[in-house]
Write a protein of this length. Sequence first.
Length: 277
Amino acid sequence: MSPPLTPDLEEIELRLLLEGIYQYYGFDFRNYAPASLKRRIRNILQSEKMNNISALQAQVLHDPTCLERLLLGLTVNVTSMFRDPSFFVMFREKVVPLLRTYPFIRIWHAGCSTGQEVYSMAILLQEEGLYHRCRIYATDTNERVLQIAKTAIYPLNQMQEYTQLYLRAGGKRSFSEYYTAAYNSAIFRASLRENIVFSQHNLVTDASFNEFNVILCRNVLIYFDRWLQQRVHELFYNSLCPFGILGLGRQESLKFTTHEQHYEELEPGEGLYRRID
């Protein structure tokens, strides 16, 4: 008779770490996609010079600064201005005409990271003459990236790439009009920050906080498992006003979710959906 299979020790340690973080600090990573989570945890172990996850758990639970580093390593902060330019082209063509019918527009940018995509939307809305009647609520679970977003200051050496993306996204002016160069930084115009509220919000554990005409959550759900994706879609559905717009990333879709029948796709392949009931 063969001996019973021994559970993978790393799996046990990982579950205990995530449960400890949730129980003690309230951050819930228990339903993040396992492959991505393991890869990030291994990178954190290497940077912290630790041999196993149990050592990391002990440090995290007793040292809030270690938790801060872990949160930065676990949350996904890959972003840029006008990321996936065709999304913004379609937003101008398909969504802006709908938004013109509203006297006031509430937009939720969930998982905003360091803010580049939020300011991209602010620029687009300003060029379309809509920004003065918009309020953008930009949220992220990570307080450190929110602090960067609030400053609207980014490395100057990124502006050449952002300029090209802006033009491909249908930009109507010179991109350099939107920022001031100072030493090695680009400081974006204060007028772009006027109608943006940055705040901490956890898609995993927090509830809806308003009703929105547009919800943007691009390239975030791919890091969640199927159960958590369904939960977040429920949150978005309950937060969207009738005929509201949902914007997802290119690798994300409403197909095979329980909410698929509640939306129509505005442009195939661009992650733009309109709630229809």
